[in-house]
Design a protein around this ligand. Structure first.
Ligand code: B12
Length: 442
């Protein structure tokens, strides 16, 4: 069978992200002819997709819808609108072509997306390696395979929860069919990713990760992770990668074993990853920095114990300040911190604590503080916070707006102080108006 896997076109020229999800799917489709295409690399995305389809003559086209929007208040952009039009036009150009879709963005809003894009025949919920390979094995029939959203006469229904795969059963991503060289210029912007685990056992109130990749951590053995790194480096010349794990340093022994393996094999590679301050040790920071970590990304989100508790973070004020002390003490480590300007239910104390922390971080780290942000929570479906705020309406419908202007109402901007809310409104408006857009050249 000819299978064409396409990374969803974002609708503007962003630094591209190599299609890790599609490369992971392709690894499990060895009995078929598979092609991966990323229209985001093209100056004529639609026309080039059409000519790829004309040349390759796929039996099935699978889109990966990674993101529906930016989730960034200062750069509100609705990828989903572009995706919808792109799929619609493609279906018109090739009537009868089988179009399916999967990806994290899709899995957050599966039914609503299929309602709004009738051209999608089948939707793949969450992890796709097993479900998709079964689906093509069946000759693109969905019956008996869990994890598929299929259309019945009245409804769109899930055939059952898909299995969460263990890394023993997962093959390394098929990078050999991806034009990795096209992403190399953007490697410093995290364009080339690797997984060291799936799942997140932390339960931050606003976060979708436990829903998307499961609330139990599944670990890839360190030697397998580093085998993949060696392959990326030696075969494709990748010298910086991003660990796509929800939290890289949890469990910390696993993270340490990866760092040690990188060092033992003398692999000269730079890397970045999301970290949790609670699990940091001086020894880990040393190992990580020596093995190539050039940015520890932290998202403590709140800076008082009250705020951290509301967001159900495992961090404490103590662990947050300790992380800064440890990073500063290492001497070389570079880091970034994200806070939310408005943590629901908090007031001046939390806001001022975040600002004070960022000033302290700047003074202690200077240029080693690579980025800092005071952002706003974009409410996402099925998260504890969405359930609390929207109650029973927590399904996708209210959170996948009908047009890009409505993205604005999804950001939580209210604190419990009226005066602070005035300041937050000003900060929000200025950020929205003048914030940097994630487009090449901005
Ligand atoms: C790591 C990560 C990043 C890294 C990516 C590094 C890299 N080089 O890959 C960086 C930091 C660059 C990043 C950037 C962004 N990200 Co991000 N990211 C993630 C994260 C944590 C993991 C993604 C990942 O690679 N997973 C591993 C791969 C293997 O999984 P996968 O791609 O989902 O694919 C599997 C399944 O989805 C499925 N599947 C996927 N496609 C298809 C297609 C078919 C046909 C089938 C059958 C199955 C299938 O099968 C695959 C294998 O099991 C997710 C959250 C999460 N837990 O998933 C957010 C996430 C995808 N990101 C998100 C966002 C918003 C962004 C940004 C827009 C942020 C911004 N404003 O800049 C950008 C967009 C960048 C871009 N150009 O696409 C959101 C999207 C939600 C939304 N509302 O749209 C997520 C879900 C996080 C969240 N907030 O909930 N991101």
């Amino acid at each position: 069978m000819h299978i064409l896997l396409i990374q969803a076109y974002l609708g503007r020229g962003e630094p591209p992200v190599a299609p890790l999800g599609l490369a992971s799917l392709a690894a499990h489709l060895t009995e078929h002819q598979v092609k991966i295409f990323d229209p985001n690399l093209s100056t004529r995305p639609f026309e080039e997709t059409v000519s790829v389809i004309e040349d390759f003559k796929p039996d099935i086209v699978g889109f990966s819808l990674r993101n529906v929007d930016t989730t960034k208040y200062s750069d509100q952009f609705y990828y989903f609108e572009h995706f919808r039009k792109f799929v619609g036009s493609l279906a018109k150009t090739f009537p009868g072509m089988t179009i399916v879709v999967g990806g994290a963005g899709f899995s957050l809003f599966p039914v609503t997306i299929m309602e709004r894009i009738p051209e999608i025949e089948v939707g793949f919920y969450l992890e796709g390696e097993w479900t998709f390979s079964q689906f093509v094995k069946n000759g693109t029939g969905g019956s008996g395979i869990p994890g598929l959203f299929i259309r019945s006469s009245q409804n769109i229904e899930l055939t059952g929860p898909p299995p969460r795969m263990a890394f023993d059963d997962l093959l390394p991503p098929a990078w050999e069919i991806v034009d990795v060289s096209a992403y190399l210029p953007y490697a410093g912007k995290a364009s080339i990713g690797i997984e060291a685990k799936r799942g997140c056992a932390l339960k931050c109130a606003y976060c979708t990760y436990p829903l998307i990749s499961g609330d139990e951590v599944r670990i890839k053995p360190a030697y397998k992770v580093v085998d993949e790194l060696v392959n990326l480096k030696e075969r494709f010349g990748v010298d910086r990668i991003f660990f796509c794990d929800p939290v890289f340093n949890y469990p910390s022994e696993h993270a340490e074993s990866i760092c040690r393996e990188i060092l033992d094999r003398n692999l000269n590679i730079r890397w970045g990853a999301y970290h949790q301050d609670r699990f940091l040790t001086a020894e880990y920071i040393r190992l990580a920095t020596e093995s190539g970590c050039d940015e520890f990304y932290f998202s403590p989100d709140a800076a008082t114990n009250e705020g951290l508790k509301i967001l159900n973070k495992v961090s404490t004020v103590k662990s947050l300040h300790r992380s800064l002390h440890l990073i500063a003490g290492e001497g070389r480590a570079r880091t970034s911190y994200n806070f939310f300007a408005a943590v629901p239910g908090t007031g001046w104390k939390n806001w001022l604590a975040a600002v004070r922390f960022l000033i302290k971080a700047k003074l202690k780290l200077g240029k080693r503080l690579t980025r800092w942000k005071l952002s706003y929570i974009r409410l996402e479906p099925l998260t504890p916070l969405a359930k609390e705020i929207l109650g029973e309406r927590t399904g996708a419908e209210p959170l996948l707006p009908s047009n890009s202007r409505e993205l604005n109402r999804l950001f939580l901007r209210k604190s419990r102080s009226v005066l602070l809310n005035v300041l937050l409104s000003l900060h929000y408006c200025l950020g929205k108006r003048f914030g940097r857009k994630n487009v090449i050249g901005d």
